[in-house]
Design a protein around this ligand. Sequence first.
Ligand code: KG4
Length: 339
Amino acid sequence: MNILAIESSCDETAAAVVRDGRTVLSSEVLSQADMHALYGGVVPEIASRSHITVISRLASSAVEKAGLTKKDIDAIAVAAAPGLIGALLVGVNFAKGAAMSLGVPLIPVHHVRGHIAANYLAYPELEPPFLCLAISGGNTVIVDVRDYTDMRIVGATRDDAAGECFDKAARVLGLPYPGGLPMDKLAQGGDDKAFKLPRAKIDGAPYDMSFSGLKTAVVNIAHNAQQKGEKLDEAGLAASFAAAVSDTLVPRTMAAARELGRKNIVVAGGVAANSRIRADFKAAAEKEGCTLFVPPLKLCGDNAAMIGAQGYYEFLAGHTAGSDLNAYATMDISADFPV
Ligand code: KG4
């Protein structure tokens, strides 16, 4: 089954063709990051307008690069939640039109389920059940993936997402948007014990997380140094920050896996590209005799191939939609789209 998949939930416009949920025939990703960098973060209106200008050409290009024609497309999958509502609506409306004109099913996909499914593209042997930590710019959640479309939230951030925290910390250090990768690079030369940063715990909710205190601590350290005219150990701060984020994520995920008896651990989302988090997960999984699945770097960030992968399993579960499909800015990963 050839699925043409569309992703437009934030600042990447993407289209891909995926066969049977596991084989990527083509994957086109157009990042708007340079446009938003000027403003230090994503400007929703600019994101929506930019998606509109390229989505149709990108979808045609994905079909062509897959070596197919429109007649070979069996279904359209689209990220319909969560994300920026205007941006999502561009993808959803394009997908509705495409499904209607080709006379094929329309499959709505939860964006974070898509991030998880990126691992199915990289690891043919990976099948549920497994425990997943999904860490991106807008979401930070520990999910028990019981089956391809059966998920239960085990823990989640109470405030900022991990990626958002990386981006804010980067901004205060004068690094460009999106700040995760520059922070990661800056941390390479730094001492991860240079600054004592908080690792928040939430009473009675051992798998929930909080990053707002960590973010504020970094902002205060940077502003204090600026106001006093002192030279800041930026590499040390970036390394200490990465260690604090990793210490918040990795032990929690491993503890949840232990409690649920899951031996396969999956990491997903843009922040899964972080070198400290990858290294700490590798060490923790080895220590506990678990198998770790982390997507290759090109599948960590937003792309449409992951939507095509998850779309296939949603289709098998009968989760298709009509032309009244809506987009949703927020949506629980364990919920199905209303039909
Ligand atoms: O998954 P993604 O592309 O978009 C969302 O679905 O949100 O994730 C983007 C996030 C941004 O916050 C970006 O700064 C972060 O992933 N990121 C990283 C790294 N590369 C990207 N964060 C930490 N370390 C990295 N190497």
